[in-house]
Design a protein around this ligand. Structure first.
Ligand SMILES: Cc1cc2nc3c(=O)[nH]c(=O)nc-3n(C[C@H](O)[C@H](O)[C@H](O)COP(=O)(O)OP(=O)(O)OC[C@H]3O[C@@H](n4cnc5c(N)ncnc54)[C@H](O)[C@@H]3O)c2cc1C
Ligand code: SF4
Length: 511
């Protein structure tokens, strides 16, 4: 019996032998296609770090496939294929060698729906596989979500802990609690030093890609002289092992901290590897659990870290696919102010924003609190355009794909999703940023002042946000304390704060 000959398309964020299409593939019958496609790299101005990371990792993965004996068709960026479809058409040519095309589903609604049209356009069956590397299938998420009045992550997470048997003592959570957040979240008080990370050496493949990216994407953000990411599964595992040994013990403690001295603190820096396939989520969590059970990591740190992966990561993906395409159109607070030009240069005097944006531009990385409470919070308070902010985040980060970027930005940071993800906006004044770290000490603005030229802009903007949306926020029981405080203030005091905030907004370009 002749075997089915399959053409397997591997997308740049599917570089794993555990992905469903490769699990049952064979070099005897299957040809792999990889394409560095200009359209995918330029529909937003992706950070050069992201492009360099993905192209290098893809070239190395393709080399591994060749070593395993697979026939490989690889389109490098200078071949100028504009779309994935064009790469497939080019591979198929006029010969009728293949019976089917197989592809694992992409992380973006737009592309998934485009792929569904390929069968007709290529006159060949195109089989789309669900991405089984995620720990919660679309069907499982739907079953959970259909039964919920509100989509709170915490309940989803508990279900995942039980189902995956992670940090469980039979049917009870280890230590008796599901969540140890109360033990985490210290501010940064300059009392600790952050150890150095492994910097991976730039080999020949990486250097060739760096040169290519610098040449093709010169107007994109990113300083590739600072490129030190892992670019294959072996390096990513070395990075993970160092993280678990050296950084994880203090991950929880400094999870919400902001520091002048460190761009990464004790975070994992693993989002890019998980999202591109270089690390598997279950393996990462089991590794962290083993470190806790061996007595090397406190429970609060291990639990906090694992929650990010089997909780938040799976949850935001579920939210994305459950609510798309409507999700991308939501804009609860009617936010439409254009983003300031300094989002693309980092040139603002506001120290916390300057530091967070500059490192994002330079390296494609900012940790969660920078993304949420510094840049996201500012965007929420100033009413920046939801679509512009989402595009900015998608462009900026080395781990950004729409399935994870959109719910985090539109839902969590901008609270624009009608409360699907968060029961209250993550809005905060400069006092929160002052509490979490030491940026304010280097800032010309003062987090204790609300009005006047030296006042921290977050403060008046915070109250302006409350004032502008007072009616809506008052209906939210979790905001009633704050709206009550605002109402109790004298009218002329409220007026002067809001008037000052309006002036701040008028000067947004020069803050
Ligand atoms: C506005 C905004 C935009 C974001 N955009 C992205 C994005 O494009 N891609 C992305 O992977 N994450 C995104 N996040 C979530 C989170 O900030 C990053 O996953 C994290 O900062 C990556 O750095 P890390 O690997 O050091 O994470 P760590 O702090 O070490 O956390 C470990 C892992 O947990 C997972 N995780 C943690 N929080 C989240 C979350 N809220 N959603 C999904 N996964 C989570 C990630 O895989 C992360 O690598 C965004 C968050 C916000 C507030
Ligand atoms: S004073 Fe305000 S703007 Fe300056 S670093 Fe502190 S929070 Fe940021």
């Amino acid at each position: 019996m002749t075997k089915t000959k399959r053409l397997i398309l591997i997308l740049a964020d599917q570089l794993s032998w555990q992905q469903p299409v490769l699990l049952d593939s064979s070099p005897d019958t299957d040809t792999l296609v990889f394409a560095e496609v200009i359209e995918e790299a330029t529909y937003v101005r992706h950070n050069k770090h992201k492009i360099a990371f993905l192209l290098t990792s893809m070239r190395k993965f393709a080399a591994e496939a060749r070593n395993k004996g697979y026939p490989v068709r690889y389109f490098t960026i200078d071949k100028q294929v504009k779309t994935l479809l064009e790469a497939l058409q080019n591979t198929l040519g006029t010969q009728q060698i293949f019976d089917q095309i197989h592809v694992c589903e992409p992380g973006e609604y737009r592309l998934k729906h485009e792929i569904l049209t390929w069968s007709d356009r290529l006159s060949l069956p195109v089989v789309l596989h669900e991405d089984t590397r995620f720990l919660c299938s679309h069907a499982d998420f739907k079953t959970w979500a259909d039964g919920q009045k509100s989509f709170r992550m915490e309940y989803f997470y508990r279900g995942m802990r039980k189902r995956l048997n992670i940090l469980m003592d039979q049917d009870k959570p280890v230590g008796g609690q599901w969540n140890y957040d109360a033990d985490n979240r210290s501010g940064w008080r300059n009392k600790d030093t952050v150890p150095e990370r492994i910097k991976f050496v730039t080999d020949e493949i990486t250097q060739t890609v760096i040169d290519t990216v610098d040449a093709h994407f010169s107007d994109h953000p990113g300083d590739l002289s600072q490129f030190h990411y892992a670019t294959d599964a072996i390096e990513a595992r070395a990075h993970l092992e160092q993280f678990i040994r050296v950084f994880l013990p203090r991950f929880g403690q400094y999870q919400d901290a902001l520091a002048e001295e460190s761009t990464t603190l004790f975070h994992g820096l693993i989002g890019l590897y998980l999202n591109a396939g270089l690390l598997e989520p279950l393996e990462v969590c089991q590794h962290a659990e083993a470190a806790y059970r061996a007595g090397n990591v406190p429970l609060a740190a291990a639990e906090g870290f694992i929650r990010q992966i089997i909780g938040w990561r799976e949850y935001v993906r579920g939210i994305y696919w459950y609510h798309m395409p409507r999700y991308a159109t939501l804009n609860t607070w009617s936010a439409d102010t254009p983003i300031p030009t300094w989002f693309w240069t980092g040139k603002t005097q506001m120290r916390c924003l300057h530091k967070s944006i500059q490192q994002s531009l330079d390296t494609g990385y900012a940790h969660h609190i920078q993304r949420l409470m510094v840049i996201g919070n500012f965007s929420l308070l100033t009413g920046l355009s939801v679509s512009e902010v989402c595009d900015w985040y998608l462009a900026m980060y080395v781990d950004a794909y729409e399935w994870v970027e959109l719910p985090n930005t539109l839902g969590m940071a901008l609270n624009a999703d009608e409360g699907i993800m968060a029961s209250k906006p993550y809005a905060a004044s400069g006092k929160y940023i002052a509490k979490q770290g030491n940026h304010c000490q280097q800032c010309p603005y003062d987090p204790k002042l609300t009005t006047g030229p030296k006042a921290c802009p977050y403060n008046s903007l915070y109250w302006r946000f409350i004032d502008r949306h007072l009616e809506r926020l008052t209906k939210n029981p979790r905001m009633s304390l704050i709206t009550g405080q605002w109402r109790k203030r004298a009218e002329d005091e409220r007026d002067s704060i809001v008037r000052w905030a309006d002036q701040v907004l008028d000067r947004i370009e020069s803050l």
